[in-house]
Each structure stands twice: as structure tokens, then as C-alpha cells.
Design a protein around this ligand. Structure first.
Ligand code: ZN
Ligand code: ZN
Length: 276
């Protein structure tokens, strides 16, 4: 394989926990998780943070038959969904996937409960496009389209989360957020998922120094991401799910360090497009 069919990743939201627009985050951006992956003419979307609203605007007028994968349903990863305009257009078809609920809940019910009065003015029934909910178990391999394989893995996060590996045209992109590491014990699920991958988007909420104060909060560090990539022979890492308190200056400093630690690695910012 290794052909030249277009395979790209575009970042629409790169923050963790809560959106944080403002002058101190203007360059990297303040929107929460939303990532677009293009495999030839197939569109895959990951998470529905506030960045999803902008992805929706870019798709205006398109006729969509596409997949949205949730890492999990914490608020910062779902709150953009009702503001995703293509859901209000009847010509569109969406499959919504989640693998972290383990039968305790369905994705359909979780989303209905967050879009419920008096927390939210309208229920999911306002969406006009055709919606299919697909609950799976972390670890399964999904085939959303011919030639596109999506492997999944269970992550270590409160209430669960799922990591993804998209394989297309002989290349692989991994999306691994939200997850907490155990210092000194590399996560075997993640090592298997990112084995030899071309690009790994990784939960880099903290630095190793900060992490000591946040044990148990469900997040990792860019340094752990580099360690995992090196162990797994993954080529490049993308620092992602930035702490809202990490301003542009701090992210610039991390960008210099991560490129030194694993050459070609970068810090995600809104609008960044990468090819694996
Ligand atoms: Zn998050
Ligand atoms: Zn989370």
C-alpha cells in the first residue's frame, strides 16, 4: 500500500476540560476537542467539543454520510453537538459511535439526558438528519467505510474512554485522549494501539512536573506520550487536550521541547492540518 490517496487530520478544537478563549490562548485556540480525519473522500470526526461548531460551518451545503466517534461523553467532548449545523439538514446521515459505556448506558440516552430541560432548551429530536447510534466495546475493530479500518482500545479515565487508530492507505493515525498513565508502567493497551503509527494525537493535559498534583484526574503528560511513542516505534506525536491554563507562551515552550524529544512532533493548534 503506502499510496498517495489523501489522508489528513485537521484540528478544530484542541483544549481539555473547558473552552478558554481570550488573548492568552489566541494562537493555539480555546475550543475543546474536535478533530476531522479525511480518508480519500471519507470524512471521520472525533469528539464533539466546542470546536465541532466550526467544523460544521466548513461543511455547510455538503451532502454528508459520515461517522462521529466519541472518545467518551464528558461534557467538553459532547457540548458542541447541538451546535453542529449539519445535524439540522435532512439530507445528511450520521453514525455516532461510542465504546466506553459498557452497557451501563447507551450513547443515545447519554446525549438525550444532556440535551434536557432545564439544562438545555431542546432535545435531540430537533436534529433533522438521519442518526444512527452505535455502541461498541473498547477493543473492537470498526470498519466505517470500505478501506478504512478503525481499531479501538480501552483508556484509563474516570467513566471510561476509548482510543482510536485509523488505518488508511497503509498509514495510521491514532487519537488517544483522555487517558491517565501510571508513572513507570507504560500503558499496554496504548502501546498496542499506537504500534508503528505514523501520527499519535495524545492527551498532554499536564507536564510531568504538574502531573504530581493531579494524580487520579484522568489525564497524562506530553513527556509520557513521547515515551510511549518511542517504545511503540510511532513516528510523530501531537500534543493535544491542552490545559486551559497553558497559554500560548507555555505551549510554544512545549513545542520546542517535544520536537527535540521526538523530531517532527508538534503542539496542536486550531486550524492545524497534518498528513500522516
Ligand atoms: Zn476531555
Ligand atoms: Zn474526560
Amino acid at each position: 500500500m503506502g499510496d498517495k490517496s489523501p489522508f489528513s487530520v485537521r484540528f478544530w478544537g484542541v483544549r481539555g476540560s473547558i473552552a478558554c478563549p481570550g488573548p492568552r490562548t489566541a494562537r493555539y485556540g480555546g475550543n475543546t476537542s474536535s478533530v476531522e480525519v479525511r480518508c480519500g473522500d471519507r470524512l471521520l470526526m472525533f469528539d464533539a467539543g466546542t470546536g465541532l461548531r466550526y467544523l460544521g460551518k466548513s461543511l455547510d451545503g455538503a451532502r454528508l454520510d459520515t461517522d462521529l466517534f466519541f472518545t467518551h461523553t464528558h461534557f467538553d467532548h459532547v457540548c458542541g453537538l447541538p451546535f453542529f449545523r449539519p445535524l439540522f439538514q435532512p439530507q445528511n446521515k450520521f453514525r455516532l459511535w461510542s465504546g466506553h459505556l459498557r452497557g451501563a448506558m447507551t450513547l443515545k440516552r447519554v446525549l438525550a439526558e444532556f440535551m434536557m430541560a432545564p439544562l438545555f432548551p431542546v432535545p435531540p429530536e430537533v436534529f433533522r438528519s438521519s442518526l444512527e447510534y452505535r455502541d461498541f466495546s473498547g477493543g473492537e475493530t470498526l470498519t466505517p467505510a470500505p478501506g478504512v479500518s478503525v481499531r479501538t482500545a480501552v483508556l484509563n479515565h474516570p467513566d471510561g474512554a476509548t482510543g482510536y487508530r485509523v488505518e488508511y492507505g497503509g498509514r495510521a493515525v491514532c487519537y488517544v485522549t483522555d487517558t491517565e498513565h501510571v508513572p513507570g508502567a507504560p500503558d499496554k493497551n496504548i502501546l498496542k494501539l499506537i504500534d508503528g503509527a505514523d501520527l499519535v494525537v495524545y492527551d498532554s493535559m499536564y507536564t510531568d512536573e504538574e502531573y504530581r498534583k493531579f494524580v487520579g484526574w484522568g489525564h497524562s503528560t506530553w513527556q509520557e506520550g513521547v515515551r510511549l511513542c518511542k517504545l511503540a516505534g510511532a513516528k510523530r506525536m501531537v500534543v493535544f487536550h491542552h490545559d486551559p491554563d497553558h497559554d500560548d507562551e507555555m505551549l510554544d515552550a512545549i513545542a520546542r521541547e517535544v520536537d527535540k524529544a521526538l523530531p517532527g512532533s508538534v503542539v496542536a493548534h486550531e486550524g492545524l492540518v497534518l498528513e500522516p
